[in-house]
Ligand binder design. Structure first.
Ligand SMILES: *Cc1c(COP(=O)(O)O)cnc(C)c1O
Ligand code: SF4
Length: 347
């Protein structure tokens, strides 16, 4: 198996390097890629079968990215919620710390597509230092989500430097890493990386798979290494039109994630990110997909459907309605639509 750095270097950055049968509108693709970068590494490319397939859609530039007039540059108001650059403090006890600007693939639907993989995402030793200082002087933060870009695309030493500094801050209980590497470049998860991460527990990893075809033997090996290092693995899937907006696909994905020891965590409604309008699905559709999961498969396979509210409101869960009536007794329908009653205790 090729080394991850060799694979990364061999990534395709424009339509002219693509195998011809995967190109659609080469000039259009090139125009998009000059605004929002393109990167498809040979591993992920090997999983793409034909134009329009669910993996092709996640990776290939589409001219609709340039004509979106509905969505917003910074839908989650992350810039207003950053006390220092690249650190977002939206919730009382946790923060999002952006430590790397690059990814192993540039997903066309990325929430931070305005900056990920470009010089507009300005991360330096100084911004990382400033983030660590903010975390040090803000002891209310007990959970730090290390993200980017993709933190696991950094060198082992750089990852370890950040983890070591975070672990020096006594108020930080939980470290979480958000990474798409187990899905898009699983060979990056070397034995060495797993044994490095293992030294910084309690450490959680949330990864990001969107389609059952992404769950390969290589992805399973990467996740097994992390799980064997004692790292609980979660998945944050995004609902994407033409990729996975289908109850059967989502059910298979969630069930397959469990087989590679990944617990589905969030199923996200697509953010209102400029350049991604063509991927968004109706809220109602997401709720219907949840209804098709709950009770029909293991609770372990059921993520929380969430929308991250535009304007910086944060994430809220969206649930199908099971409660019919609720005063001193609860009247509810079950997953099959039959009605049941639960009585509250009498005082
Ligand atoms: C999503 C997010 C978190 C983590 O939220 P959880 O619901 O705890 O997973 C933290 N900070 C920011 C800014 C976020 O967007
Ligand atoms: S891996 Fe994550 S951060 Fe990177 S482009 Fe994809 S969605 Fe965006």
């Amino acid at each position: 198996m090729q080394h991850w750095k060799t694979l990364l270097k061999a990534s395709i950055n424009g339509p002219s390097d693509l195998p011809g049968h995967l190109v659609r509108d080469s000039a259009g693709m090139a125009r998009v890629a000059s605004v929002y970068p393109m990167r498809i590494n040979p591993y992920y490319l090997s999983l793409i079968r034909e134009p329009g397939d669910p993996l092709w859609r996640q990776a290939m530039p589409d001219t609709r990215e340039l004509t979106d007039r509905v969505c917003l540059a910074d839908p989650l108001a992350e810039e207003q919620l950053s006390p220092v650059p690249n650190l977002i403090h939206r919730y009382p006890d946790r923060a999002l710390f952006l430590v790397h600007a690059q990814c192993a693939m540039y997903c066309r639907f990325c929430t931070r597509k305005r900056m990920v993989g470009t010089t507009r995402m300005h991360i330096t030793a100084d911004t990382i230092r400033a983030g660590l200082d903010y975390l040090k002087r803000t002891p209310a933060i007990r959970d730090v989500l290390v993200s980017g870009g993709d933190p696991l695309l950094m060198e082992d030493e750089a990852i370890e430097d950040i983890l070591r500094e975070l672990r020096k801050i006594p108020s930080i209980e939980i470290i979480r890493i958000g990474t798409r590497v187990p899905c898009v470049l699983p060979m990056r998860v070397t034995k060495k990386l797993a044994s490095l991460l293992k030294r910084y527990h309690p450490l959680y990893i949330n990864t990001h798979f969107n389609h059952p075809a992404e769950i390969t033997q290589a992805a399973a090996t990467a996740c097994a290494r992390l799980a064997d290092a004692g790292i609980p693995l979660g998945c944050q899937t995004v609902l994407l039109k033409g990729v996975n907006d289908d109850p059967a696909i989502i059910r298979t994905l969630m069930q397959k994630l469990l087989t590679i020891r990944v617990k589905p965590y969030y199923l996200f409604q697509g953010d209102m990110t400029r350049g991604t309008d063509h991927f968004r699905t109706p809220i109602r559709h997401g709720i219907d997909i949840m209804r098709s999961l709950i009770g029909h498969t293991s609770g372990l396979a059921v993520p929380t459907l969430a929308v991250d509210l535009p304007g910086g409101g944060g994430k809220i869960p969206l649930l199908p309605e099971y409660v019919q009536h609720f005063t001193t007794k609860l009247i509810a329908t079950n997953f099959c639509g039959q009605e049941f009653t639960y009585l509250d205790p009498t005082e």
